[in-house]
Design a binder for this molecule. Sequence first.
Ligand code: ZN
Length: 444
Amino acid sequence: MNQPTAKKRLPINFLLITIGLSLIIFAVFYIITLKTDQINSASAETHSTVFVKDSFIETNIIKGETNSGNYTIKYPQTTSADFNQQVEEYVTDLKTDFFQSHTSSSTLIIDYSFTHYKNLYSFVLSQKVKQDTLFTEKIKRTFLLDSKNNSILSPETVVSSKQLIPLISKRFSEQEKIKQFNAQRDKKLELANDESLYKQFTISNKNITFYFNPESFTIPYNDTASISISLNSIRNSLNEAYKPAPIKKKKASKTPTKVVSLTFDDGPNTTSTKQILAILKKEQIKATFFIVGTQAKANPKMVKEIYKAGHELGNHSFTHADLARLSDKKIKNEITKTNKYIKEASGHNPTVFRPPYGSFDQRVINYAKVPMILWSVDTLDWQNHNTTSILHNIEEEKSKQMTLLMHDIHDSSADALPKVIKKLKKENYTFVTASELLEMKNKK
Ligand code: ZN
């Protein structure tokens, strides 16, 4: 009985071992196959990030290939977690929908663009689908983000579309694509008069652009449409924070109607010139200083200070000579020596020239090389040393484009200056330098 039992046991043990081994092998294979599948499906989709020129945004790129088609998805990421979540959810939904409704021959492309205006970033995500050989733009979706607060903005906080509906509808019907469609068919493409349709838009420095998906049209149309309207034309519908800067009225009349060029001769010194510089700084006025060479040599720091304050430097001869009475050589010497000391002190050559006593001839003009500037109003400040007289002389000789002659070497002139400026400002004069006034005159 023992032998047969032993004989019987052997095959049973063998069978059990075989089954056991088979199970192990099967399990190992199963695990390997499973892992391979997982690896395959993971490697079918690649993720990458690209930095965009704007430091606020990165582009996430997902590429993938499955049995039901392939896809390339590019979408923005910012420092706003809310925004990132909304965009990611939107993109994931599009992807899921696409695979539920398409076959292997189709391609999905999601891409985006953005504009930046004030604190507002506007994004527009577009979905394109290629089936067979035809690409169609299926849908567009916009997102508005406040980069200052890192928060998503609702369309209502930027623009009130209610007032804009008639304007948008009109522009829509004028759009080339829509016009062509309407011309070819009996029925017209129109925007439904539903306020919720006007909430997809982007804003740039110049325009607001509204986007319309196919379902926004009263007649089905297998494409998106957009229209752009200049921000300035809808400024009343924009909420205060997003209104464009008003167009400056000054642009219309580039040349102010009344201008005055304040000029100060015979300096600089370290007392009244300094006082005048302080007044001009306070009043934010740029003037022109006709400098005598000996004074520049004696007070180089003041020359530099005048230049640094933004005033114009002029040559007024070296010794305050009556140039028309001098020899060629002496005229040349008076002018070049003064240029040299002004340049040494300020780093710059004078850009205008005024002959002492207004005395000049053709030789003087030739040696000066820079434009010669005389004056139209002589305040006679060097003579009268009196504010009332100075103001009286201005009143007598004023004109729409005047050059006012004063001297910065007299305390009485410096003392009169605030009242002179007050009078001119009250009469709406714009203050310019000698060169600026010359340019205005030459333009005429
Ligand atoms: Zn002088």
